[in-house]
Structure formats: structure tokens, C-alpha cells
Design a protein around this ligand. Structure first.
Ligand SMILES: [Zn+2]
Length: 361
């Protein structure tokens, strides 16, 4: 055997030894190692992952036998490792018996799509996925990009409802709009849309009514978002206000003097009907104030006044759910069920609009 061949043989034997020892160590300590092995170590990311893997593996084995049980009290820090976790509503707190496999840990009710973090609520992107280290779920093919614009906020309350006797305000339009928008966002994401909100909170105001230029520049910023994300549809969500208390009921505005004027009218009609359906389902029957073309209400008859529906290049509409200045309407707006029903109906309406638009020649 030549010296070169000998060196090759020695090298091959060395590699073989390393591989053999390594495989043996892995069999003893690697994947087969349990949470107890992990518990001996301090909390590095790798260990956290292994703990979660081990827990997930055991949870999988008990999946069918006890789907609603809560984790054992000594479950290794699931809650601490997974911010934003949600416990199943029917979870129980009873400890498992010794014969039971460790039950499945709590999980979020719905997996949050990876793209939800772009939807103006980044905090929820970290929602619990108890099946192990969070791998990005397969991103569904988006059915379209929708921008929801909860009107006002950022220091501007919009219309408000005053308590009897002028003793304060029990609901602002800004809050009401945001609640509807959040619910609608969730419903649209569930339907397969990519959704952006123009705001996700109130923001800090100056403590006094905002100067008009602040409000106007904010409106253009909202339009800017729709352009930046290349939206397919824009829906502004508002409540109404009037100087007289008897005005009541929903209405929907659109800009006819617009490259999408015909589509805007169709969208407004669908949204208006959705609002009426939601209110009827709720058990409230206000007047149907119908759809309104913006330019016709301008003195020129030729200029749409709402910045967001005029300047957004996509089909757009602006709904006015109910009047904050009407006691009966405000009572409905104070009830979350009304917002839930509104979101469901409007989500269906927007889905109908998007589907029909997609099938146009
Ligand atoms: Zn408004």
C-alpha cells in the first residue's frame, strides 16, 4: 500500500469513527431526549425549541383523546414562550390523571395568517401556535388587497354621543369606527384577503379640536397607504353626526366623478344593503338613507368632497353606519353585536364585489 493510500485509509477510518460516535450520541441525547433533558439546561433558544418540540410531540399523541384539556401545571413555560396566546373557551382546568398522556396545550382559536402582521395589528402576529416552534404557515393566495379606513382618531373624535344632561360622552365616532374596522378586517382575512387598516388606535391628540390642516393631511396619508400597498378596494368606515337629534339610519357615499365611478356606485349599493341587512338582523329598523353621489352634493355638481374616496385610485366607498347624535342609533353603536353583524355582512358584500370584478372581461 502506498503512503498516499495509507493516509486515505486512516482518514476514512477517522471519519467513520466520528460518524459512528456522533450517531450514538444523537440516539441517546438528540431528538429522543425528552423535555427532562431540556430542563437540565438553561434557556437558550435551542432549548426553548426543543421543549416546545417535545411538548408538541406528546400533545399530538393525546390530540384525539382529550382535545379540550388544558396543559399540566408543570408544563414547561408555554405561556411565557408564546406571547399572545389564547386559551380555548371550553378548556378545563382539571389536572390530567397519571394514566393520561399529557394533554394538548392551549392554542389560538384560529391560526393567524403570516400576512396578518401587515394588517395594522402587528402584536397578533406572534399569536400562539402550540404545535411547535412557529413556522410561517403557508401563505394563502390573497384574493386581493383591501384597505379599511376607520375614520377620525389620532386626536380627532369625529361625531360623539352626549349623555343625557350633558354629563359627558359615552361613545365617539372614532372608537365606533375602529371597532367595526377591526371586526371587518378579521372577517376579510378569514375570507382570504390581505387587509390593511389606516390606523389601529386613537393616537395622541393635542387635547383640543384638531386644526383642519392636520385632519386634511391625515386624509392624504390614508390615501397614500392605499397607493403604497397597491390596494384593490378602499372602504372608509364612519358614523354620522347632525345638528338635529332626529336624523337616523345608514348611508353610503361614493364618488361618481372618478375613473372607477361605475364600480364605486356598485360598491356603495352593496355596502348600503349590507348595513341594512345587518341592522335588520340586529333587530333595529332605521330609515334606509341610501347611497349618495358625492359630487352632486357639491355646489359645482362636479367635485367630490371626500378626500379618501376621491383621491384613492381604486374603487372606494365611505359608509356612515348610524348617527352618533341620535339616541337610538348610538345605543346600537354601543353594542358590540351590532358591529359584529355589520362586519359579517359588509365582508360578504366586499367579497361579492371583488369576485364579480375579477370575472369582468
Ligand atoms: Zn366621520
Amino acid at each position: 500500500m502506498s503512503p498516499w493510500s495509507k493516509r486515505m485509509l486512516v482518514a476514512a477510518m477517522l471519519i467513520w469513527s466520528v460518524l459512528t460516535v456522533g450517531a450514538g450520541w444523537y440516539a441517546m441525547h438528540g431528538k429522543g431526549g425528552s423535555a427532562s433533558a431540556a430542563n437540565r439546561s438553561s434557556g437558550t433558544a435551542a432549548i426553548i425549541n426543543r421543549v416546545k418540540n417535545a411538548d408538541s410531540a406528546s400533545a399530538q399523541s393525546s390530540k384525539r383523546s382529550d382535545p379540550n384539556a388544558s396543559p399540566p401545571a408543570n408544563s414547561p413555560g408555554i405561556a411565557a414562550l408564546t406571547p399572545g396566546s389564547t386559551t380555548a373557551p371550553n378548556a378545563t382546568s382539571s389536572a390530567p390523571s397519571a394514566s393520561d398522556a399529557p394533554p394538548r396545550p392551549p392554542r389560538s382559536l384560529q391560526p393567524i395568517p403570516a400576512h396578518a402582521s401587515t394588517a395594522g395589528f402587528g402584536g397578533r402576529a406572534g399569536s400562539l401556535d402550540s404545535d411547535g416552534p412557529r413556522a410561517a404557515p403557508p401563505r394563502p393566495v390573497s384574493k386581493g388587497v383591501i384597505v379599511l379606513d376607520p375614520g377620525h382618531g389620532r386626536g380627532d373624535p369625529g361625531a360623539v354621543h352626549h349623555l343625557a344632561g350633558g354629563s359627558g360622552v359615552d361613545i365617539t365616532e372614532a372608537d365606533s369606527n375602529l371597532r367595526s374596522a377591526e371586526l371587518l378586517r378579521d372577517d376579510l382575512i378569514a375570507l382570504g384577503y390581505e387587509v390593511y387598516l389606516t390606523r389601529d388606535g386613537e393616537g395622541q391628540g393635542p387635547g383640543a379640536p384638531l386644526p383642519l390642516q392636520f385632519i386634511t393631511s391625515d386624509l392624504y396619508a390614508r390615501v397614500g397607504l392605499a397607493k403604497a400597498v397597491d390596494a384593490n378596494l378602499y372602504l372608509a368606515i364612519h358614523g354620522n353626526g347632525a345638528s338635529v337629534p332626529f336624523l337616523s339610519g345608514p348611508e353610503t357615499w361614493y364618488c361618481g366623478r372618478h375613473q372607477e365611478g361605475a364600480a364605486n356606485e356598485k360598491l356603495a349599493r352593496l355596502v348600503q344593503q349590507a348595513m341594512m341587512d345587518a341592522l335588520h338582523e340586529y333587530g333595529y329598523n332605521p330609515p334606509d338613507r341610501g347611497i349618495k353621489e358625492d359630487a352632486q352634493s357639491h355646489h359645482s355638481g362636479d367635485f367630490c368632497q371626500f378626500v379618501v374616496t376621491r383621491e384613492t385610485p381604486t374603487p372606494a366607498a365611505l359608509l356612515e353606519f348610524l348617527f352618533l347624535t341620535n339616541d337610538g342609533d348610538a345605543k346600537v353603536l354601543l353594542d358590540d353585536r351590532a358591529h359584529v353583524l355589520l362586519a359579517q355582512r359588509v365582508a360578504t358584500a366586499l367579497d361579492t364585489f371583488m369576485k364579480e370584478r375579477a370575472h369582468q372581461p
